[in-house]
Design a protein around this ligand. Structure first.
Ligand code: SF4
Length: 308
């Protein structure tokens, strides 16, 4: 992929076009899972930023079948893209947190639907067994399979603060295991966590890349009403990234990334009704346009200032 300041990073869109020869649409669904960080196994609080929907606020309707959600989400997407092929994105909660036979049934249902070319599975790094990885490796021989791991930060102090409930080494071991099975990966990192400076965010990205992730999702921290984070903020406000800080941070991080890392996301999605701060993030188009303009202004692009 030839990158320059006008095409400044290797996007998911670029990557899917290379793999499938056309635009691929991701349909976010809720597979009816819970999470060990919510059901009392590790904690009953969850990560402090996590909404009651398990970070699946834009997924299909919970407690309805995968097939039904496929048609529901496809119809929603049809306003934007009338035709296309799809990746079924198991987004809400922890999508490998169940016995393998239940997982296999859900994934197979998703893969049997018309024009579905693969699945993407969001999960915690402490929730993938070797047996599941082996199954996913076999599955990836006949379809596209990607596992998305929520790291959020590599700063262990912040990890404690956000109640992540796993250590960095668990993430690194799981990433190793997935790579050894040849399974595609994406790592989620949150920018703007309380008390984190640019160096912390860059370290998190560096840690994910060094651990072998194939892709990244950079998401802005959202304070969602009703979450632990919201109560924490009301009690003791912390710095919320400004629009300008966010744009500069995203650009500066991408400039330091190897050019073969796929960038799946550079903003976050927030719902107007539940987002408390930062409200500027609701204007997603402005955020994306400003990031694009900043690359041009700096004559920068992915890999331009490689991580060292
Ligand atoms: S691991 Fe995911 S689903 Fe579980 S509490 Fe954290 S953000 Fe929510």
């Amino acid at each position: 992929m030839h990158l320059n300041s006008k095409h400044p990073f290797y996007s998911a869109n670029d990557y899917y076009r290379e793999l499938f020869g056309e635009k691929i649409i991701k349909l976010a669904i809720d597979g009816g899972f819970t999470c060990p960080n919510r059901d009392g196994t590790l904690s009953d609080k969850g990560c402090i930023f996590c909404s009651g929907k398990g970070s699946g606020d834009f997924a299909g309707t919970k407690n309805t079948s995968v097939t039904r959600q496929y048609y529901e989400m496809k119809e929603k997407m049809a306003k934007k893209w009338e035709h296309g092929r799809y990746i079924m994105y198991f987004q809400a909660f922890t999508n490998t947190y169940a016995p393998l036979d239940r997982l296999a049934k859900l994934y197979e249902e998703a893969l049997s639907l018309p024009d579905v070319v693969g699945i993407s599975i969001a999960t915690r790094p402490d929730c993938i067994t070797e047996e599941t990885a082996r199954y996913l490796a076999a599955l990836s021989e006949r379809t596209y399979v990607c596992v998305e791991l929520g790291l959020q930060t590599s700063n262990e102090k912040t990890a404690l603060l956000i109640n992540r409930c796993f250590e960095n080494k668990i993430y690194a071991n799981t990433m190793d295991m997935l790579n050894s099975y040849g399974i595609d990966t994406v790592t989620h990192i949150i920018l703007g966590l309380p008390d984190e400076a640019f160096e912390d965010m860059l370290s998190s990205v560096r840690f994910a890349v060094d651990s072998g992730t194939k892709g990244l999702k950079l998401q802005l921290l959202h304070i969602i009403k009703g979450t632990e984070l919201y109560s924490m903020y009301l009690e003791k406000p912390f710095h919320i990234m400004t629009f300008e800080e966010y744009v500069n941070t995203v650009v500066s991080i991408i400039e330091r990334l190897p050019s073969d890392i796929v960038i799946h996301r550079i903003t976050g999605d927030g719902k107007k009704e539940t987002l408390f701060e930062p409200l500027w993030s609701l204007d997603k188009r402005r955020v994306l346009n400003s990031i694009a303009k900043e690359f041009v202004k700096k004559a920068g692009f992915q890999g331009h200032l490689l991580l060292s």
